[in-house]
Design a protein around this ligand. Structure first.
Ligand SMILES: *Cc1c(COP(=O)(O)O)cnc(C)c1O
Length: 414
């Protein structure tokens, strides 16, 4: 389909246009682990990247390919590789492209498990500086001639800092550094990192893209903007075999996916793929709900602070308004000292106490006691995470029901 169709139209018709058998509207679930060839040359050609067929499902499967194709269209990129989880995508991307001694600059406001795997990668030889990525000057100050990659998230969880996405993109371009943007919190419906010169885009498909908390998955998309041909860590064996613009993806698929083994199962790919058809509709409703909840909380006397890019007092309110279609469905807030945090959460009847994000249902979690517990009190204080902070992933419930649930819980006696 020509790419001048809208976001949802493109996704809805994506599988059908790849012409699955019998005119199926969805790419079927191919549970095959391996494929047989009548002529051995066919098998050899797949191994030598001379044909697009499949050999072994760890590195490629038609159901997974169909999902990858959808994500590439959503991100308006060049190609995508899917993984079993978002963490598998992040780990494989870094391990495939960097070597011991290489330097990386990462946002200090990262998803907790991303922060943790970067610590593990430091232990085995990467050199990583964590900087406040809301200001490009901090990235510039950390840059060295060994810097090969910059990693940021669009909107950080839980305190919703927005990275200085455009200016970091300009700096990475100037220095010819791989710019990796984790787009999970915005999703390609609200923001396309290709527009700020990202080289690679990470999505946790588990969150908004799948949308229903019923399958794990992750992906990395190549925007086509980085020059892999001159990148020194590309394996020489790939150079003769792969087109220059596909070298980055080929190295991630082989070293990251095939060798790392974080493969997405075809059943999960199908579930995520069907979920992704309504990404735009869900995101619109969730953003409307989030804005309404943020406004309610911001005006309530028992709430001491609300973290949401849609509020005027948010430090990156202007940037978020300019870059993102809407302000997202993640928000956090802190209660005043007189409110018992656990009692308040238990008073919520509709909102579920749960750690996921991007579900259709609204989920709440006390940050200091759970996702940031392992950091300890000192690091939390440094990061500006109060003990009474609650993170919300706002879902698609009817707005009034959601507002009533928060009102009732806040107005209860503590
Ligand atoms: C959840 C999340 C991940 C990890 O994704 P999984 O699918 O849970 O492995 C990575 N980055 C961000 C920003 C996330 O929210």
């Amino acid at each position: 389909m020509s790419n001048n169709k809208g976001f949802t139209t493109t996704i809805l018709h994506s599988d059908r246009l790849l012409k699955p058998e019998h005119g199926a509207l969805h790419q079927p679930v191919h549970n095959a682990v391996t494929w047989g060839f009548d002529d051995v040359q066919g098998l050899v050609d797949v191994f030598q990247n001379k044909s697009k067929g499949y050999a072994y499902s760890r590195q490629g499967n038609p159901t997974v390919t169909a999902l990858e194709h959808k994500i590439t269209q959503m991100e308006q990129g060049l190609a995508t590789i899917a993984f079993s989880t978002g963490m598998a995508a992040i780990t494989a991307t870094i391990m495939a492209l960097l070597k011991a001694g290489d330097h990386m600059i990462a946002s200090s406001y990262l998803f907790g498990n991303t922060r943790s795997i970067l610590q593990t990668l430091t232990d085995i030889g990467l050199s990583i500086d964590f900087v406040d990525a809301t200001d490009v000057e901090n990235v510039k100050a950390a840059y060295t001639n060994r810097t090969k990659m910059v990693l940021v998230e669009t909107v950080a969880n839980p305190a919703t800092q927005v990275a200085d996405l455009e200016k970091i993109g300009e700096f990475c371009k100037e220095k010819n550094v791989i710019y990796v943007v984790d787009n999970t919190m915005t999703s390609p419906y609200l923001f396309r990192p290709v527009s700020v010169n990202a080289s690679l885009v990470i999505n946790s498909l588990t969150k908004y893209i799948g949308g229903h908390a019923n399958a794990l998955g992750g992906s990395v998309t190549d925007t086509g903007l980085f020059d892999w041909d001159t990148y020194e860590n590309i394996a020489p064996v790939l150079k003769g075999m792969i087109k220059p613009q596909m070298l980055g993806m080929a190295q991630i698929r082989k070293r990251g996916l095939r060798d790392g083994g974080g493969t997405l199962a075809p059943e999960a790919a199908h579930t995520l793929s069907v979920g992704s058809e309504t990404l735009a509709l869900r995101m619109e409703r969730a953003c409307t709900n989030a804005a309404a909840v943020a406004t309610l909380l911001a005006h309530h006397p028992k709430v001491s602070k609300v973290y949401y890019p849609g509020l005027e007092q948010h430090p990156q309110h202007e940037l978020a308004g300019r870059l993102f279609k809407r302000n997202g469905a993640l928000l956090s807030f802190a209660l005043t000292d007189d409110v018992d945090l656990f009692q308040f959460l238990n008073n919520l009847q509709l909102v579920i106490k749960s750690s996921n994000l991007g579900d259709t249902r609204t989920l709440a979690i006390p940050v200091a006691h759970t996702i940031f517990f392992e950091l300890g009190a000192d690091r939390r204080a440094e990061m500006g995470i109060p003990d009474s902070m609650i993170r919300l992933s706002v879902g698609i419930e009817d707005t009034e029901d959601l507002l009533n649930d928060f009102k009732t819980a806040l107005d209860a006696q503590y």
